[in-house]
Write a protein that binds this ligand. Structure first.
Ligand SMILES: Nc1nc2c(ncn2[C@@H]2O[C@H](COP(=O)(O)OP(=O)(O)OP(=O)(O)O)[C@@H](O)[C@H]2O)c(=O)[nH]1
Ligand SMILES: [Mg+2]
Length: 366
């Protein structure tokens, strides 16, 4: 076979020798127009994920090799998990290229979300992280929202250079590029995408003109993302796939909310008020008296309080507690990768519980 033939779906180097190793393709499939390795084929047709042997370091090293190349960078993040997907060390990886911050999966936020406020909040986050970006865009790679507008901005910004699409695993880099490919060629799903982290395995170059390309890169692994601690089945439950509906709870002090059995919020002190919960619509929220909460968790985690299922329970870190005094109205308590709770009136004290290693943060609500 030709040397260095690559899979069109994930970028991996193809081989016809060993069916159990990465990049396998039967000889008979090699002369197809669109060549796909066995893993991509299974992901696409059976939604089946094959565990790959590449490590977080391998991916980071691979992406870091663009450091001294010419081009511009699109840093894609997941608007539902900004803390878990914003690469704080992006400069070290991509060098001094221009960076366009693109927040994807806007379709998951309630329609009423104020995009101006959201963008302003993102600028503040970026500033706090000392990351300099040219512009911030909100898009949905899935629905195509604002894709044409962004494409025009990038076309003039790149000045005939390459565009590197960089980000944490699962933020939608390949879906984004597929949207662009579909717009210019009508080819659907050229690159393999999936809800499993770690789908793209190597650079995939899509020609923009004779001398330059848009380059899909493998996702960088953020170990703190909750996605790495839950089973595939639970991942399906906690990652929203549709617009998230706000769920309102009127709570008195000494009441508790459980988010499945993955996180918990105890209303310790303050006047009765509304807690607005934004989580995947499929994640059950359970209300109880705080006095009963420990007992309930003990007896019902994995049952009434699920996810976690049995498989997740084996790998999920134990819940740890943190207390917060929320003074301001309209404040969000964010459980990275899971969702958030908006405190409407403020002036309360809460205890939150979440898996050790996962971040909880406080922000002014948008
Ligand atoms: N709701 C929603 N889901 C999206 C959007 N874009 C991508 N997804 C979903 O997010 C998941 C990951 O998408 P991919 O395109 O494979 O993500 P990636 O960044 O290329 O992932 P890696 O290759 O693992 O780094 C898939 O289930 C997509 O369908 C979006 O705009 N909205
Ligand atoms: Mg990808």
């Amino acid at each position: 076979m030709k040397t260095k033939l690559r899979c069109d779906g994930c970028g991996v180097e193809l081989q016809t020798e060993n069916e159990d190793e990465l990049g396998y393709i039967p000889k008979s499939a090699l002369d197809r127009e669109h060549v796909l390795c066995k893993r991509c084929f299974q992901l696409r047709h059976y939604n089946k994920n094959v565990t790959v042997s590449l490590t977080s370091d391998d991916f980071l090293q691979m992406v870091s090799s663009i450091h001294d190349e010419k081009g511009i960078v699109v840093h894609l993040i997941d608007i539902f998990d900004v803390d878990g997907t914003l690469l704080k060390n992006l400069r070290r990886i991509v060098g001094d290229k221009k960076i366009y911050l693109v927040a994807n999966k806007i379709d998951l936020l309630p329609k009423s979300t104020n995009h101006k406020k959201l963008t302003d909040w993102l600028y503040k986050v970026i500033k706090d992280e000392h990351l300099e970006v040219e512009e911030i865009h909100l898009i949905s790679a899935q629905t195509g929202y604002q894709i044409d507008e962004l494409a025009m901005v990038l076309e003039s910004a790149r000045d005939h250079q390459d565009i590197y699409v960089v980000g944490v695993t699962n933020v939608g880099k390949s879906t984004f590029i597929n949207q662009l490919i579909q717009r210019s060629t009508h080819l659907k799903d050229a690159i393999t995408t999936s809800y499993f982290p770690g789908t793209t395995l190597d650079f995939i170059s899509i020609a923009l003109d004779q001398t330059s390309a848009m380059i899909d890169t493998p996702g960088i692994v953020n170990e703190r993302q909750i996605a790495h601690y839950v089973s595939k089945k639970d991942l399906k439950t906690i990652v929203p796939r549709k617009e998230v509906k706000a769920r309102n709870y009127q709570l008195n002090d000494r009441q508790t909310l459980f988010f499945g059995g993955l996180a918990r919020l105890d209303f310790i002190k303050g006047a009765r008020q509304t807690f607005v919960c934004y989580f995947s619509n499929e994640l059950p929220i359970h209300r109880t008296k705080s006095d009963n909460a420990d007992d309930l968790y003990e007896k019902q985690v994995g049952k009434l309080l699920s996810p976690p299922n049995e498989e997740t329970k084996k790998q999920l870190p134990p819940l740890v507690k943190q207390s917060y005094r929320i003074s301001e109205p309209n404040t969000d308590i964010v459980f990275s990768g899971l969702g958030w709770v908006t405190i409407l009136d403020g002036n309360i004290t809460v205890d939150v519980y979440y898996p050790k290693g996962i971040t909880v943060s406080i922000r002014s609500s948008f």
